[in-house]
Design a protein around this ligand. Structure first.
Ligand code: MLT
Ligand code: MN
Ligand code: ZN
Length: 310
């Protein structure tokens, strides 16, 4: 199984268009080793030819232009992207669907909650009805059902499992203030022939016993790397929201909860990577002390264009 990191940044990417914080400024002027990052998305393939897109970033145009494996291969109009699975209905994960409107109907896999958000608060699916339209595949993660195994047409060699995880619905969601099963999912993808297993959760608000169990023996975990500390946005004067307000578990522990580094220390996963890195997060600096701390713990930071073979 092949994994391509198309976008490793959180909302806004890095540098963010209007941001002059120390990290964004350094990313622009090259004074520190900070790679540019587009907004959050990966693609997965059993053979390097047919790909499932996990999240559709507003930067998808740039991502597909710069990734030869995802260029059209044959015929006048073509794409190796055969299906799209969304982890949530956030702008950075869903609005790239609009940029796929020139293609065939999108084979789209979402939970009922995400479908609701994308037909009400952020009605991109209604807009797409006027273009390519979507073939909707609802993932039954709702109510008491926290886990759904589902097939993706044309990818019979892969087993997909959608898992309800703690997080937040987006600000424009009708249920923003009533956390609902299906607002946020993680995806486990297993290659049946080899048993290799990927756990992907770019937005993960908490790592409890069940998330810990999913990650335990994965061959690769790609999880929420948004923030280094709970209050970094507030401290840097970049905003008023804390990591918990946004449904993200920071890498560092707070007085009340362990951080993502502690959670990853406990997993036996073979590769541990952070993705969806916000432009306020000091781990963006390849030569920084925070990055050295991650390296010491065997944790990698995903970057755009990264290829992972499991
Ligand atoms: C989030 O995950 O909280 C987002 O990156 C916020 C955004 O897209 O503005
Ligand atoms: Mn995001
Ligand atoms: Zn910035």
């Amino acid at each position: 199984m092949k994994v391509l990191v198309l976008g490793s940044g959180a909302g806004g990417g890095c540098p963010q268009w209007n941001c002059n914080c120390a990290l964004c400024a350094s990313a622009r002027n090259g004074s520190r080793k900070i790679r540019p990052r587009t907004q959050s998305s990966i693609a997965v393939s059993p053979d390097g030819e047919r790909w499932v897109l996990l999240n559709a970033s507003p930067d998808i145009g740039q991502q597909l232009r710069t990734q030869p494996l995802l260029h059209p291969q044959k015929g006048l109009r073509d794409t190796p992207i055969k299906a799209v699975v969304l982890m949530d209905a956030q702008i950075d994960h869903a609005t790239g669907l609009l940029s796929l409107r020139e293609g065939p109907p999108i084979e789209l896999y979402v939970t009922p909650c995400v479908f609701e958000d994308l037909t009400t608060g952020l009605p991109v699916l209604k807009v797409l009805e006027h273009y390519c339209g979507v073939h909707l595949h609802l993932l039954p993660v709702a109510g008491d059902q926290r886990l759904a195994e589902f097939p993706v047409e044309g990818f019979e060699g892969l087993r997909f499992r959608a898992i309800a995880i703690p997080g937040k619905a987006p600000p424009y969601s009708p249920h923003r203030h009533q956390p609902t099963v299906g607002d946020n999912i993680a995806l486990e993808i297993t290659e049946l022939a080899t048993g290799k297993r990927l756990f992907y959760a770019p937005g993960l608000g908490e790592v409890g016993p069940s998330e810990q169990a999913w990650m335990r023996d994965a061959d690769c975990v790609l999880v929420d790397g948004t923030f280094w500390t709970e209050d970094e946005m507030v401290r840097a004067g970049l905003g008023s929201k804390f990591a918990a307000d946004m449904g993200h578990l920071p890498q560092c522990a707070t007085a009340t909860r362990p951080g993502m580094m502690d959670a990853l220390d406990q997993t036996g996963a073979k590769r541990k990577l952070l993705i969806h890195i916000n432009n306020s997060n000091p781990i963006l600096d390849d030569d920084g002390a925070e990055r050295a701390e991650l390296a010491r713990r065997g944790i990698e930071v995903a970057h755009d264009g990264m290829e992972i073979t499991l």
